[in-house]
Design a protein around this ligand. Structure first.
Ligand code: FES
Length: 112
């Protein structure tokens, strides 16, 4: 939980309760209701998926649901825009390759 800004001179942070979720094989913590991508970013996870054609790492880009840079598999459902999807306790989040169908899953753990 060290990747969070705790205090700010002019901004106030209203956060949900602390929850546990899973990124591939890692157990992580975040705040309920925050975007999944924000929780991953705070945990040091920068690569959210890999491009289809050249297998290039993709991370946060627009952060407002306008590109497809952050598509991930969430609870078995592919192509979830994690910059827009609220974090919930126990979610299982995985990287994916391209715009995936279920049979095309990549497993590239240990890559940040
Ligand atoms: S980062 Fe662009 S849609 Fe999520």
């Amino acid at each position: 939980m060290s990747g969070y800004l705790i205090e700010h001179p002019i901004l106030e942070f209203k956060r949900g309760r602390k929850v546990t979720f899973f990124f591939e094989e890692q157990k992580l913590e975040g705040f309920e209701g925050q975007p999944i991508a924000a929780a991953l970013h705070a945990a040091g996870i920068r690569v959210l998926r890999y491009s289809d054609k050249y297998n290039r790492p993709r991370g946060f880009f627009c952060a407002v649901g306008k590109c497809s840079s952050c598509l991930m598999e969430v609870d078995g459902k592919p192509n979830v825009m994690v910059c827009m999807e609220p974090l919930q306790a126990g979610m299982k989040v995985r990287r994916q390759k391209g715009k995936e169908d279920h049979n095309d899953r990549c497993s590239m753990s240990n890559t940040k």
